[in-house]
Design a protein around this ligand. Structure first.
Ligand SMILES: C[S@@+](CC[C@H](N)C(=O)[O-])C[C@H]1O[C@@H](n2cnc3c(N)ncnc32)[C@H](O)[C@@H]1O
Length: 474
């Protein structure tokens, strides 16, 4: 389109917010996605990328402010990849996320008339996360504010924090974050300072060298227990001794830390898990409470990151399941068994399936911890367990209700196919990704189910993410 080249400056009205939190406007009929722009704003923007049917731009000036704008609370907002919507009033975040779920269901799943209920807000809009994962990097990014301050920085080539928005090779050295807790800030800042002075370098994916890789902090919001997991490359004896010294000083300075784990990740994959781990302090896990239940969480187990939000999510799933006390309930992708255990008093029996062995161990312990006797947990990859003579359903009986809570990629088509073949009267699908939910929902409906309703639940305020719960009946 003439005049809309990369580098061009344009003025436009922002009409809506796309999934992923870019503002959407039009220039001469062409859709332009403007990073960080809000509906109701008029902006001057620079085109950063141009495709056939649309373009991307970044804001140069806000010419007219949106009535839904609010001053972001975090000093890193705009630079940090953690939050994308702190500048949008929370009630509008909820409305917009609800509409986005409706649109995704229509565009990807072809559902024009499924009732999407108004998204349920997170009980807490800030400090809601029980888990944060911070990245070490030798590529420290200075925020605009830091550059303008003219300060000099002692550790210019060492950072521990979150990725810069859209830049996975750069890390912001955070001093505060409004998503977890003040105690978490103190832990991260202590570890950052200690590691920077340790003489061992931060790991970089540019050439896969360096030692310090990730710091994961988990906290039981309701129990006060805290787990610190320090993930490093294999630094031999020198590395192990450094982490041991760090741990000793850390727990002396912060006795509220109940457990510390050292995990070694030898792979090039930039993930905060590892090949080997050693518990350096405490039991190696923490507990958290959801509803009337207490759950053990190990470093490798998935656990919903917003404790109070999880209660809203699980209660919604329980209401949708309409259990009467006699049902055979399958909790597929069960993690540490939390949904199944939460629902167990209302079901006849519960069978949970999960691929991570540590999570299944946690699930078994969690059933014991809560004196729940009607749950069985199975380790395995669902796509291998659902089909064949020795299939899950052959072994454990026909399902009355299936609850599914897969990772972002959604459900493997073979798993959908086998569930459809088994024909449980009711399916409750919990998803952290409305796009794959819509895709899978279409498969269930093509297999004879009806999607009766969808309830979005905001587990991730100020980010572009939204969780959904869908109810299907035959
Ligand atoms: C979104 S989490 C849900 C966990 C749990 N329902 C909860 O609320 O805490 C998804 C879980 O699916 C597990 N998972 C991923 N792929 C799997 C597979 N192919 N078979 C079985 N479980 C899988 C993950 O390890 C993770 O624990």
């Amino acid at each position: 389109m003439a005049g809309l080249k990369k580098g061009a400056e344009v003025e436009l009205e922002i009409e809506s917010l796309a999934f992923g939190a870019d503002g959407v406007g039009r220039v001469n009929g062409m859709v332009v996605f403007v990073q960080g722009a809000l509906p109701g704003q008029r902006v001057r923007a620079k085109i950063t990328r141009k495709k056939k049917s649309h373009a991307y731009a970044r804001i140069l000036d806000v010419l007219r402010q949106s009535p839904d704008y609010q001053e972001p609370e975090c000093v890193y907002f705009g630079d940090c990849g953690g939050c994308a919507l702190q500048h949008l009033k929370y009630d509008r975040q909820i409305e917009i996320k609800t509409r986005q779920v409706q649109e995704v269901l229509q565009h990807i799943g072809g559902f024009a008339d499924v009732p999407v209920l108004p998204a349920l807000p997170s009980p807490k809009p800030f400090f809601y996360r029980n888990k944060m994962e911070f990245t070490f990097s030798p590529h420290r990014w200075l925020t605009r504010r830091e550059v303008e301050s003219g300060q000099t920085f002692e550790h210019r080539h060492f950072a521990l924090g979150l990725h810069v928005r859209g830049r996975f090779d750069k890390t912001l050295a955070l001093k505060s974050c409004l998503l977890q807790s003040k105690e978490s800030d103190a832990i991260r800042n202590f570890v950052a300072g200690w590691a920077a002075d340790s003489g061992l370098p931060a790991y970089t994916t540019r050439d896969h060298t360096g030692f310090w890789r990730f710091l994961v902090i988990r906290e039981g919001k309701r129990t006060g227990e805290r787990l610190v997991n320090i993930i490093t490359a294999d630094g031999g004896d020198e590395g192990r001794e450094a982490v041991q010294r760090l741990t000793a000083e850390l727990i002396e300075a912060m006795p509220e830390i109940t457990t510390v784990v050292h995990t070694i990740n030898r792979s090039k994959a930039q993930v905060a898990t590892g090949d080997e781990s050693e518990v350096l302090h405490g039991p190696g896990y923490i507990h958290e409470r959801i509803g009337a239940f207490r759950f053990r969480i190990s470093p490798e187990s998935f656990f919903q990151t917003n404790t109070e939000g999880a209660e809203v999510l699980y209660q919604t799933a329980l209401d949708f399941a309409q259990l009467t006390g006699s049902e055979t309930l399958y909790d597929l992708y069960c993690g540490a068994g939390t949904i199944g255990i939460f629902m167990s008093p209302k079901a006849g029996r519960v069978i949970g399936v999960e691929i991570v062995p540590e999570a299944v161990q946690d699930a078994e312990t969690n059933a014991e911890l809560n004196s729940v006797a009607n749950c069985t947990f199975v380790v395995g990859d669902l796509k291998e367990h659902v089909a064949g003579a020795a299939s899950l359903f052959e072994q454990h009986g026909r399902p009355d209700v299936v609850v599914l809570d897969p990772p972002r990629a959604g459900i493997h088509p073979r798993v959908v196919q086998e569930i459809v073949r088994e024909a449980p009267p009711r399916i409750v699908y919990v998803s952290c990704n409305p796009s794959t939910f819509a895709r899978d929902a279409r498969l269930f409906c093509d297999g004879g189910y009806r999607l009766l309703k969808v309830q979005p639940v905001d587990m991730f305020p100020h980010t572009a993410h939204i969780e959904v719960v869908g109810l299907f009946e035959r």
